[in-house]
Design a protein around this ligand. Structure first.
Ligand code: ADP
Ligand code: MG
Length: 387
C-alpha cells in the first residue's frame, strides 16, 4: 500500500533524526495503518520530556488515488528512558547500567503515566469547554491530539511569541489587558469546573489565535486533593502576573487574583456555559479593578512608582506566605499544636483571612466529582478516537 509505505519512510526519517525507540516507532506505524495520521512530519518542539510533531492525515480520492486534502494533528511523544532521557554521552562512554533494562521498564511505566494524565486532563478541559487541543488517541507514550494551527501545519504561536496587531498602541494595550482578563477567567474555570490547577502555567504553555487563549501541556496539572495545589496555583498566578506586567498590563495583586480564582461565589454559576462563565468572570475582574485605589495614570509619577513598589512587595509576601494546602492540613490539629501551622487554629483562620474562608467553602464540594470524572474519562483512554 502506497500510503503506508510513504508514512513508513517518513516515520523512519523522524526516527533517525529524533531517536524514537523501537516501540514508539511501532506505535507510530500502527497509527499510520489505522489512518489516524499519514506520517510524522516536522518537529514543532523538542522539550526535555517530550517532542511534539505535526502529523498530517492526507485524504485521497477513492477513484483516482490523488490527494484531495491534508488535515493536521499533533503528536506529543514522551521520551522514554535510555535513548533520549538518559544523557547519551554517559551511556556511550561506558555507564552501562541502563543497557540491561535496569530502569527501562520503570521509566516506561512512569512516562506512560504522565501521558495518560495529560490525556485525561485534556478530556476534562474539553468537557468544560475550555480552549485546548482535543485529545484523539493515547498509546503508551504517544498522545495524538488536535493540531492547534493553520491548515499548512504551522502551529499557533505561544503567548510568549505573540505580537499583537492593532490600530495604535492603545488598542494593543487594551488587547493585552483583555487577554489577561480572559486568562484569569480560564484559570478560575479550570479550578472550579475541572477542579484542576495547571501547575506549569506560563506564556510558554498557552497558545494564541485570534483573541483566544488555548491551554496546553497539562500532564502535570493537579486536582484539589494534591497536597501542593495551592502552591502551584500561586506559582501559576505569579507567572501570569509577571508576564502581563512585562506587556504593560496594569495587573491585579497576586493575592486578589488568588481569591478571585478560588472564591466559590460565582465560580461555578455557569458551569455548563463557558461563554456566560467567561463574561461573568470578566465582569467580576472589572469589579476588582473598580474596587482598587485608582492609579494617577501618570499625573503623579512618584505616587505611581510607590504604588508599583508596594504591589511588588505585596506580591512577594503573598508568594512566600503560608497557605494551608488542604482541608486536612488545616484541620490537622496535631500540626497546629506542633507549631507547624498557623497559630490560633481553624477558628482564627476563619476570622483572620477571607482567603481561607474561600478555600474552605470551595472544598466542601468534595473531590468525589473529580474522581468520577477520572473514571469515565479513563475507561476509554486507549481506544478513544475523536476523529
Ligand atoms: P513540553 O512538555 O515539551 O513543554 P508542550 O505540551 O508544552 O510540551 O508542547 C511543546 C510545544 O509544542 C508547545 O509550546 C507548542 O508550541 C507545541 N504544541 C503542543 N501541543 C500542540 C498542539 N496540539 N498543536 C500545536 N502545537 C502544539
Ligand atoms: Mg510546555
Amino acid at each position: 500500500d502506497n500510503k503506508t509505505h510513504l508514512g513508513r519512510e517518513k516515520a523512519d526519517r523522524a526516527t533517525r533524526d529524533q531517536v524514537l525507540d523501537k516501540r514508539t516507532e511501532a506505535i507510530i506505524e500502527h497509527m499510520v495503518r489505522k489512518e489516524l495520521i499519514s506520517e510524522l512530519q516536522g518537529v514543532i518542539s523538542t522539550g526535555k520530556e517530550a517532542n511534539v510533531y505535526a502529523a498530517p492525515l492526507y485524504t485521497y480520492d477513492d477513484e483516482t488515488g490523488t490527494q484531495t486534502g491534508t488535515h493536521y494533528r499533533a503528536a506529543k511523544i514522551y521520551k522514554t528512558s535510555i535513548l533520549s532521557f538518559v544523557d547519551r554521552e554517559r551511556y556511550i562512554t561506558g555507564e552501562h547500567r541502563f543497557r540491561n533494562g535496569g530502569h527501562k521498564g520503570n521509566n516506561r511505566k512512569m512516562v506512560k503515566k504522565w501521558a495518560e494524565k495529560e490525556f485525561r486532563n485534556l478530556q476534562r478541559l474539553n468537557r468544560a469547554g475550555l480552549a485546548c487541543p482535543y485529545p484523539i488517541q493515547l498509546k503508551a507514550n504517544v498522545l495524538l491530539m488536535e493540531f492547534l494551527g493553520d491548515g499548512q501545519g504551522h502551529a499557533y504561536p505561544r503567548l510568549r511569541d505573540v505580537e499583537l496587531e492593532g490600530v495604535d498602541d492603545n488598542d494593543i494595550a487594551q488587547q493585552w489587558r483583555q487577554l489577561y482578563i480572559q486568562l484569569l477567567g480560564l484559570v478560575r474555570r479550570l479550578y472550579h469546573v475541572c477542579r484542576l490547577v495547571h501547575a506549569d502555567l506560563s506564556e510558554y504553555n498557552i497558545l494564541y489565535h485570534e483573541h483566544v487563549l488555548y491551554l496546553i501541556d497539562v500532564s502535570q496539572s493537579v486536582g484539589h486533593d494534591h497536597p501542593q495545589t495551592f502552591d502551584f496555583l500561586r506559582m501559576d498566578l505569579h507567572n501570569i502576573g509577571a508576564f502581563f506586567r512585562r506587556k504593560g498590563v496594569d495587573t491585579l495583586r497576586d493575592r486578589t487574583v488568588f481569591e478571585f480564582v478560588t472564591s466559590s461565589s460565582g465560580g461555578t454559576q455557569h458551569a455548563d456555559d463557558p461563554v456566560a462563565d467567561a463574561a461573568a468572570a470578566a465582569e467580576a475582574v472589572e469589579q476588582l479593578y473598580a474596587a482598587r485605589p485608582t492609579p494617577s495614570q501618570g499625573a503623579d509619577e512618584k505616587a505611581d512608582t510607590e504604588a508599583m513598589a508596594a504591589l511588588e512587595v505585596d506580591n512577594e509576601v503573598f508568594r512566600t506566605q503560608y497557605i494551608p494546602q488542604s482541608l486536612h492540613q488545616i484541620y490537622d490539629e496535631g500540626m497546629v499544636a506542633r507549631g507547624d501551622g498557623p497559630v490560633g487554629g481553624v477558628e482564627a483562620l476563619h476570622a483572620k483571612d477571607s482567603l481561607y474562608r474561600n478555600l474552605l467553602a470551595g472544598d466542601k464540594k468534595s473531590d468525589a466529582d473529580a474522581e468520577e470524572d477520572d473514571e469515565d474519562g479513563g475507561a476509554d483512554v486507549h481506544d478513544h478516537d475523536g476523529g
